[in-house]
Design a protein around this ligand. Structure first.
Ligand code: 5RP
Length: 234
């Protein structure tokens, strides 16, 4: 996705932001484009308060003087605006390419609505070409991996579970202090069922399947930005 398309998505998302809103603020390069235009509007007088979905997003918001709060002080938000790695027709998502899926899901779930911003290459049917990030507790990693494989097999899914690395043999650590397994399961035709099954595995903290959270997406391409509504919010 070009920087221009990301900026276009960010600008289009501003249309959904109203004075006084409590916003969930996403993570990733598309969310960053939104944060930058949001910062400009705040500098011009827009009154919003935001909950960042990662330390990276917090740092950028602070740099741009975007007022921030926490879910402890502000547990109910109006709208979360965030990117995605894949989007299916019912607006089920794969997220977590940037490793922020746990906070992203908590913040989106605490919001009345979630607006996804992405370019049209992220539209897929079904989900699954992008490896599914699964956030796991470092304790018992090998055992958790075997249990995930077992649950996946029962659902007809298989494929490598790769521990995400930063460099060499240093694992990527999330903001919550966990590891990420990137699961190359391939086609995920029933994300809700897979979501529930993965959440039942001890050691799995959260995973990147977002179902029933987003009701709209702003999709950009070279011709501009359009709104896509969830075909079926499950
Ligand atoms: C971070 C995410 C991002 O929203 C997702 O990876 C998309 O990022 P980008 O806008 O850079 O393509 O889920 O955890």
């Amino acid at each position: 996705m070009s920087d221009a398309l990301k900026k276009l998505a960010g600008q289009a998302a501003l249309e959904f932001v109203q004075d006084g809103m409590k916003l969930g603020i996403g993570t990733g390069s598309t969310a960053e484009a939104f944060i930058r235009v949001l910062g400009e509007k705040v500098a011009e007088g827009l009154q919003i308060i935001g909950v960042p979905t990662s330390e990276r997003t917090r740092a950028l918001c602070e740099e741009l003087n975007i007022p921030l709060t926490t879910l402890d002080d502000t547990p109910q938000l109006d709208l979360t605006i965030d990117g995605a790695d894949e989007i299916d027709p019912s607006l089920s998502l794969i997220k977590g390419g940037g490793g922020a899926l746990l906070r992203e899901k908590i913040v989106a779930a605490a919001s009345d609505d979630m607006l996804v911003i992405a370019d049209e290459s992220k539209l897929v049917n079904p989900l699954g070409a992008f490896p599914l990030p699964i956030e796991v507790n470092p304790f018992g990693l090998a055992a958790t991996k075997i249990m995930i494989e077992g649950v996946a097999e029962e659902l007809g899914l298989s494929g490598p579970l790769d521990l995400r690395m930063v460099v060499g043999d240093t694992p990527f650590i999330t903001d919550g202090g966990h590891y990420i397994l990137d699961a190359s399961f391939g086609r995920i035709v029933d994300p809700k069922t897979v979501s529930v099954a993965l959440n039942g595995v001890p050691g799995v903290v959260e995973h990147g399947l977002f179902t029933g959270l987003a009701s709209r997406a702003i999709i950009t391409n070279k011709d501009g930005a359009r709104i896509v509504e969830a075909a079926d919010k499950t």
